[in-house]
Design a protein around this ligand. Structure first.
Ligand code: PLP
Length: 451
């Protein structure tokens, strides 16, 4: 498909409005071809960590890169801003934002966290907030986000409170109850919550959080601002930012939305050029509003931000488009999770309705996973010796907790499996057999070697 990128931001208009014959759906072999750059023989069941990008989108990315290299000055003056605006407009419609100025494209969720947390940090540094006012987060918030709180908020005089969530989790109510308790505790200590950070889908362990309900609780309880870290959301769950109601919402486009690494959108409700939100990399665009600041952060490759139209073309070649892909990934990952849990005599980490394209599966207790180091050893061993790429989570059992048991003992490790359009049953069977082999050979995590 020819895309006229350079005509006064018309790209979006043309792509959305142009009547055209719907291409037929991709066949199995065409899907294989789209991902033929994946290392063959490897069971990639970890889409969650890095995402994946089909060949047709990579080809479009290459065309954008060449356009820059062919005539850089023309590209920067006449093409780049309009191309980014076209992508932002498509995202705005997908997530049901009110205005394209609420949508900025940034490198990744980590950058978005810096933007939001630096704004909070300035509240402390400039004396608008009281010492010990608080940022609230889930205890399983992404480590980079926790470190950003430390760097930008705690160092500026703020405090941070973690909400401990149960795992394995049985229902949304368990999460809602813990969240309410934590807010009440902070308020009863006389502290104000300046920002709550809520994951839409936690990373490790992975669980879909009832984010709309938690944002509602924040509003009822007078939490000042809410930032949803939805790094895994777009392309794996429905995203409607108006329905969710947060002030800030970030999702990576390179995880489940098929963009090349790396690009994320950051939605900021009702922003305008006077909002005190800034990109951490400052250029001559400083003060022109976050979307514009973000669309020029110095000379670099912006191509991953420009391919959103071709991603939509790709997903529309699946039955049901993006929604069809999400539904199928969810159904398949649940099926594969159940198959593995049954084969190993273990459990799932959450009910199926609390997962999207990833699910946690208990590992046999005979692997004796007793620390984070053990999970790294197992992950590396599976990759290096069996060609299986899958992240592993350590679930220690605290005093007084019962934990979950298989027939030999406590389950202390969980695998986070993903399903994406390129996955096959064989990928999960390979993982199943690798674990069975380790158990059969009496290998415990401490004795595992890697290449
Ligand atoms: C919940 C969550 N937040 C933030 C991130 C960081 O994403 P990125 O490395 O793309 O910035 C991740 C990455 O997996 C994540 O799972």
């Amino acid at each position: 498909m020819e895309i006229k990128h350079s005509l006064n931001g018309e790209a979006t208009h043309r792509i959305l409005k142009r009547p055209r014959v719907t291409p037929r759906f991709l066949s199995e072999s065409e899907i294989r071809e789209e991902f033929s750059h994946h290392q063959s023989g490897v069971a990639r069941i970890n889409n969650g960590s890095y995402g994946s990008c089909p060949g047709s989108v990579l080809a479009d990315q290459r065309r954008w890169q060449l356009r820059f290299l062919q005539q850089p000055d023309d590209f920067c003056f006449n093409t780049l801003r309009k191309g980014i605006l076209a992508s932002r407009t498509l995202i705005k419609d997908l997530i049901n934002a009110d205005h394209v100025d609420e949508v900025s494209l940034v490198d990744n969720a980590t950058t978005a966290a810096a933007i939001v947390l630096q704004q909070i940090g300035r509240g402390f540094a400039e004396g608008k907030f009281q010492k010990d006012d608080t940022v609230l987060m889930l205890h399983c918030a992404f480590q980079a986000v926790k470190q950003s709180i430390q760097a930008y908020v705690t160092r500026a005089g703020g405090s941070a409170v973690e909400v401990r969530l149960p795992f394995p989790v049985k229902s949304e109510e368990e999460i809602i109850m813990e969240f309410r308790k934590a807010i009440e505790k902070v308020k009863s200590d006389g502290r104000r919550i300046r920002l709550a950070i809520i994951d839409h889908i936690t990373s490790m362990p992975s669980v879909v959080i009832p984010v709309r309900k938690l944002v509602g609780i924040c509003r009822e309880e007078g939490v000042e601002q809410v930032f949803v870290d939805a790094a895994h959301a777009i392309g794996s769950v429905k995203v409607d930012v108006k329905e969710i109601g947060a002030d800030f919402y970030v999702s990576n486009l390179h995880k489940w939305f098929f963009c090349p690494p790396s690009v994320a959108f950051l939605y900021c409700k009702n922003t305008n050029s006077s909002s005190d939100l800034h990109h951490p990399v400052v250029t001559h665009e400083y003060g022109n509003g976050l979307p514009i600041e973000s669309s020029w952060i110095g000379t670099r490759d912006y191509s991953s931000q420009l391919v959103v139209p071709s991603v939509l073309e790709f997903v529309n070649r699946f039955e049901g488009g993006m929604e069809g892909i999400m539904k199928s990934n969810h159904e398949e990952v649940v099926k594969m999770g159940k198959m593995l849990a049954e084969a190993w005599g273990t459990n799932l980490g959450s009910p199926p309705e609390m997962c999207a394209g990833m699910i946690m599966v208990g590992l046999p207790s005979r692997l004796c996973i007793t620390s984070e180091e053990d999970t790294v050893r197992l992950r590396s061993h599976l990759r290096d010796c069996y060609g299986v790429e899958v992240p592993i989570y350590y679930q220690g059992v605290k005093d007084g907790e019962m934990g979950v048991r298989d027939k030999n003992g406590l389950i202390t490790g969980y695998a986070r499996i993903s399903h994406q359009v390129y996955n096959k049953l064989e990928d999960y069977e390979k993982f199943r057999d690798a674990i069975n082999q380790l158990v059969e050979d009496g290998k415990v995590c401490k004795m595992l070697l890697t290449q």
